[in-house]
Design a protein around this ligand. Sequence first.
Ligand code: UDP
Ligand code: MG
Length: 324
Amino acid sequence: MNRPQQLCVVIPAHNECANVAAMVDRLGAVLDPLALDWTILFVDDGSRDGTSEAVRFQNARDGRVRGLTLSRNFGKEAAMAAGLRQAEGADAVVLMDADLQHPPEVLPAFVAAWRAGAEVVQGHRRPAPGESPRRRAASEAFYAVFRRLSQMPLEAGAVDFVLLDRKAVEALNRMGERTRFTKGLFHWIGFRTEVVPFDVAARAAGQSTFTPRKLLAFAADGIIAFSSLPLRIWSGVGALISGGAILYAIYFALRTLIRGADVPGFPSLIVSITFLSGIQLLSLGVIGEYLSRIYEETKARPLYLIREVIGITRTPVETRQDAA
Ligand code: UDP
Ligand code: MG
């Protein structure tokens, strides 16, 4: 048996109509010399700009370009999960953005590392000069907290630009969780990992849909999906505060015995009441964050729904594999 290796490039795309043709051209030019059986799978994540039509046009020109159209915008994490499940048969799967920020020209290095035995080839973006320093600092801070809480060595440069061996793809496909932080999952699954640094390019066309608010929500998802420490620290905080309160009470009792009672103490009363109510609400809020995600998980709704497929004959895999 000596068939060529099959590589599937999975591209989540939300309103990326203007980038589809350029992606296909540049990917084709890079993949053709690699002696691979390649396919490109665009996952249209509820675009409103005709991204699927652009994919259908490309499919008519080259049957190796295929598409999966989700029924609405489910978010990039769900779109990646959809693509990974659909690409199940391939020997390796590449995940990359549709906006050409992840340069296709890096792929030969990915494939070389994979052929040399790596099972996960992770693209690491080098610090870009034009990047907003605020976003950079926020991202560094997030990864520092993430590393501490999750004990996973995830670097700020780790992005969703990755080549996964079939074994790794199958491992990821077994994860039924809805609160997805795929970058973390790449690490969690283990396997022989190789890092390939690359220079991130400017977005070719269109706009980033990740607003600061969305990024903040995504950061919370990441930490909560990979650490239960925020949930557990409150028993420690509570013990500390109660301990302090007991010492304070003893001090007051002794002081009253020695020096008699005195009325002042109003400010300290207000401060401790407001401080403690704050802490209580905060810890309740943290519990709520976890609880709401547990609720989402127990509903066990599918992660995404498929409206149509372009150039794919096999029935799409939509539901959780292990639940089916
Ligand atoms: N994307 C997606 N669904 C969304 C938002 C984004 O599939 O709801 C895709 C988008 O088309 C792109 C990738 O995810 O291919 C990264 O998005 P973007 O460029 O907006 O993010 P940034 O590069 O700013 O992190
Ligand atoms: Mg981008």
